[in-house]
Design a protein around this ligand. Structure first.
Ligand code: DON
Length: 586
């Protein structure tokens, strides 16, 4: 049974790799424009970094080669990503870090999520008609901007786990920003696809379009002296330069003075921003411990729920080519998304039954609902136990659209420290506002636009001043006997949950190596249609899924998975072939 499964997964993956060649156009070209040999799969013995751009991975590798820790390498990598992949993450955004420290065996998770300004209100994404605003009306401009968090997160992570001087870690990005770097094929495509939206802010337009108004082409040399200046100021003056000084003032002015869509950010929002250490969420599944990011991300909880729901059904003996297998994974995902939508939001503002949602008893009750053979006709949230034993009323579902950008980094250093970090400015190019060489996030649109349900009851993930918008980001570490054997994560908005859960099932249950799990065609269910990845072998499953009762949508599913496995033979790393990421190690 196991062998048959293995053959089938391989067949599915290989066919997919072939079918995907058209969309798999970025990595080799990214390597050729940057002049770096940038493999998307590699092995190493000592240390390794996987990041979404070859230049960012190179910056991380240089730090590791110089004896830096995993977090040192992350700082250098993130600072370069903010330059070369500006649409996805950077100083204007936030992120979540899951970190394993070899020195004491501890797993720490740090929440560097952007916060809603103190002046934010539940109705701020409703139009004058009381209806949720169209997504891009909300996104573009100052209204969607949450307090930027990335720098505080990097500083805090470095304070705990850094080895080299922070200022040295900014140097690769400063150098590249001053000397220029080649625009990657993916960035060029995204600029061209954005068109007018990217011209909302003249500063953004001047950066991404040439003097004649044409979008930058792949291979064009782009310099960012404003970003270099920002990093130099941080280097000289520390994080306060950003959170209190002139940079803070510029961020606030940009958000508040937006001529079309002003926001609510103030100097005190920036001054008061804090990174929060959270309890990682961990459960034992498939005989290993899987640890993820807790609230305000729903990513770890939902991923763990999916794994816990499919494991009792013997998924390791099921074929990835059988519609029945995807019925199980898809309906487990629908159950997890039903709970996510109702219960999960910033725990400083809502009572969230995290332990209850992951309790063995609760998961086995929910798993019983997966008894086949067809798609569940109706999926509703469960009633998990709360820590205080009370039965709190279930909040209504919200309205939270989520669309692409975001970046994933995984690193392992010589000492055995290992991390998974997902960083974001939310939508591609965030709010489209640019300040001092970086883009500001639109993270506030991760809140529910509708503050209340039909009955007027408040939605858990409604906007509130000082609250952190619910995320789906799922940086994940897998530990065996207390030691990490896998670090993984992906961009993809709420699809992140399905991307990561599927990769974990393929690795832990079907024993597939990381190179295969990041390339496998995707099949997802986020409480709606079954989403099947276009141009891949997964489309062969469409008639079978329809026969089981699903509405199916075949579409591009643009994950950006990054993974490092620690195997007896050494480190194995893989970057998603759908994007231009690279794996570098020694
Ligand atoms: O925090 C979140 O879940 C989203 N803001 C992440 C956005 C994202 O991953 C877009 N992806 N391609």
């Amino acid at each position: 049974m196991r062998i048959a499964t293995a053959v089938l997964v391989t067949a599915l993956t290989v066919t997919a790799a072939r079918a995907e060649q058209a969309s798999d156009r970025y990595a080799p070209e990214a390597g050729s424009v940057t002049g770096i040999v940038a493999p998307q799969q590699a092995t190493a013995r000592r240390h390794m970094v996987v990041a979404a751009h070859p230049l960012a991975a190179r910056a991380g590798l240089e730090v590791l080669d110089a004896g830096g820790s995993a977090v040192d390498a992350l700082v250098a990598t993130q600072m370069v990503l903010g330059l070369v992949e500006p649409q996805s993450s950077g100083l204007g955004g936030g992120g979540f870090l899951l970190h394993y420290a070899a020195a004491n065996g501890g797993v720490t998770s740090l929440d560097g999520r952007e916060t809603a300004p103190a002046a934010a209100t539940p109705d701020m994404f409703l139009g004058t008609d009381g209806q949720p605003l169209p997504f891009f009306t909300a996104v573009v401009g100052g209204r969607s901007v949450g307090t930027p968090a990335t720098l505080r997160l990097m500083v805090e992570a470095h304070r705990r786990f850094g080895r080299l001087a922070f200022t040295d870690l900014l140097k690769p990005a400063i150098r590249l920003a001053e000397n220029g770097f080649p625009v990657s094929p993916r960035l060029a495509d995204l600029i061209a696809a954005e068109g007018e939206r990217l011209k909302h802010d003249p500063v953004t337009a001047a950066y991404f379009f040439d003097a004649a108004g044409a979008p930058l082409r792949a291979g064009a040399t782009l310099r960012n002296p404003a970003y270099a200046d920002t990093l130099r100021r941080i280097s000289d003056g520390g994080e306060d330069v950003f959170y209190r000084g002139e940079i803070a003032a510029d961020i606030v002015a940009k958000v508040m003075a937006d001529p079309v869509n002003p926001g609510r950010l103030s100097a005190s929002d920036l001054e008061n921003y804090t990174v929060i250490e959270r309890e990682p969420v961990c459960n034992t599944v498939f005989a290993v411990e899987v640890c993820g990011m807790g609230l305000p991300s729903s990513g770890g909880i939902a991923t763990l729920q999916i794994l816990g729901l499919v494991e009792p059904w013997g998924i390791e003996h099921m074929s990835p080519q059988a519609p029945e297998t995807w019925r199980l994974i898809g309906d487990a995902s629908r159950l997890a998304f039903a709970d996510r939508e109702r219960w999960l939001a910033d725990p400083a503002f809502v009572r969230a039954p995290v332990a209850g949602l992951l309790a063995t008893g609760y998961l086995s009750l929910r798993a019983k609902l997966l008894d086949g053979p067809n798609a569940m006709p109706e999926v509703t949230p469960g009633q998990p136990a709360f820590d205080d034993g009370a039965l709190w009323p279930m909040p209504p579902a919200g309205v939270t659209p989520e669309l692409p950008s975001t970046t994933q980094v995984v690193i392992r250093d010589d000492a055995g420290d290992m991390l998974s970090y997902t960083g974001t400015i939310e939508n591609g190019f965030g709010s489209r506002l640019m300040v001092r060489g970086f883009l500001l996030n639109n993270e506030l649109t991760d809140f529910s636009f509708a503050p209340t349900g039909k009955d007027g009851a408040p939605v858990a993930n409604r906007v509130e001043g000082g609250k952190r918008p619910r995320s789906s980001m799922a940086p994940t570490l897998v530990l065996r006997d207390g030691v990490p054997v896998l670090a993984i994560g992906s961009p993809g908005g709420s699809r992140i949950i399905g991307f990561v859960a599927q990769a974990l099932i393929a690795h832990l249950a079907w024993k597939k190596p990381v190179a295969e799990i990041v390339a496998m065609p995707h099949l997802l269910n986020r409480f709606g249609p079954f989403e099947v990845e276009a141009g891949t072998a997964a489309t062969a499953l469409v008639p079978g899924l329809q026969a089981l009762g699903y509405r199916v949508e075949v579409q591009e599913l643009n994950s950006g998975l990054a993974a490092i496995a620690v195997t007896p033979a050494g480190l194995e790393g893989a970057a998603d072939p759908r994007r231009e990421g690279a794996v570098l190690g020694r």
